[in-house]
Design a protein around this ligand. Structure first.
Ligand SMILES: [Zn+2]
Length: 275
């Protein structure tokens, strides 16, 4: 799933492109993808977008007149592409925005499950829809993080990727950040001392900014992730082979030397005992 750095890189790339020309035609959209019916997509026709913005992992495209916002969430397999006039775009995208002059913004989604979403609503409605999101991970400072950690008593890995707590971090960057901070994914947030909190706050920024810089240069997962999906490969800090714990829906990657005091966590039940 695209996380903050990837989405932010797209926002920066798309910002000048989507505002260059007025919209000629919005849609069609797949019935599973378009989540709103009022106002209709056609109400975008003839308007110009002010650019591209981001809130957590959501992409926002407000209209220049301030009346409407197109919101896109890519979920796991959704991808946005900007296609130049005459360029070869997908035959049946999940959603298409055609601009005057022939450029197109298209949303594709691999796989059978269609989970990516497109919403068209007013700025107030978008605010209400996204009000549950926590502070943006890139804007979170040490004081903000301290407050979050002390207010929750949860394992660090699920806490970091809870969008209501901190917006923008998912499974992959939770692995990267905790490795960089030398903290166990299973440590309880309420049990971090001051030094550990400082390390975690620094790791969030260092990891996300490094990833953003790489994503802006169109580097892919293999360049961005040093711990995530790298079972058995050397830890970037100490060289110990990266280990993992499997869950039903995802996998936690970590360095036993840097993060769990040398302990290898076999499965979820055991990991509960080894915080
Ligand atoms: Zn290590």
């Amino acid at each position: 799933m695209p996380e903050l750095p990837e989405v932010e890189a797209w926002v920066r790339e798309l910002d000048p492109l989507v505002s260059a020309f007025p919209i000629e035609r919005a849609g069609p959209a797949h019935v599973a993808t378009l989540k709103t019916i009022d106002p209709p997509l056609s109400s975008l026709d003839g308007r110009r977008l002010a650019g591209a913005r981001r809130r957590g992992k959501h992409l926002l495209f407000p209209t220049e007149d301030g009346e409407l916002v197109l919101r896109v969430h890519l979920m796991t397999a959704g991808r946005l592409r900007y296609v130049a006039p005459g360029g070869k775009g997908p035959k049946t995208p999940m959603f298409r925005l055609r601009f005057v002059g022939g450029c197109e913004l298209v949303l594709t989604e691999a796989g059978k499950k269609k989970r990516a979403g497109v919403w068209l609503s007013t700025p107030d409605q978008v605010e209400a829809d996204l009000a549950h999101l926590g502070p943006d991970a890139l804007e979170l400072d040490e004081a903000g993080l301290t407050e979050i950690l002390s207010g929750e008593r949860r394992q660090l890995h699920p806490l970091l990727r809870d969008q209501r707590v901190i917006a923008g971090i998912g499974r992959a960057h939770a692995n990267e950040i905790l490795n960089r901070a030398r903290l166990s994914p299973f440590k309880l947030s309420s049990e971090l001392d001051e030094k550990e909190t400082v390390r975690l706050a620094a790791a969030i920024h260092e990891d996300l900014e490094r990833a953003l810089e790489l994503r802006e240069r169109e580097k892919d997962d293999r360049d961005v992730y040093r711990v995530h999906n790298r079972l058995g490969e050397p830890c970037p800090t100490c060289g110990t082979p990266i280990a993992r714990v499997d869950y039903e829906e995802h996998t936690v990657y970590y360095c036993p030397t840097c993060q769990t005091g040398g302990r290898v966590l076999k499965d979820r039940r055991l990991s509960r005992l080894l915080r």
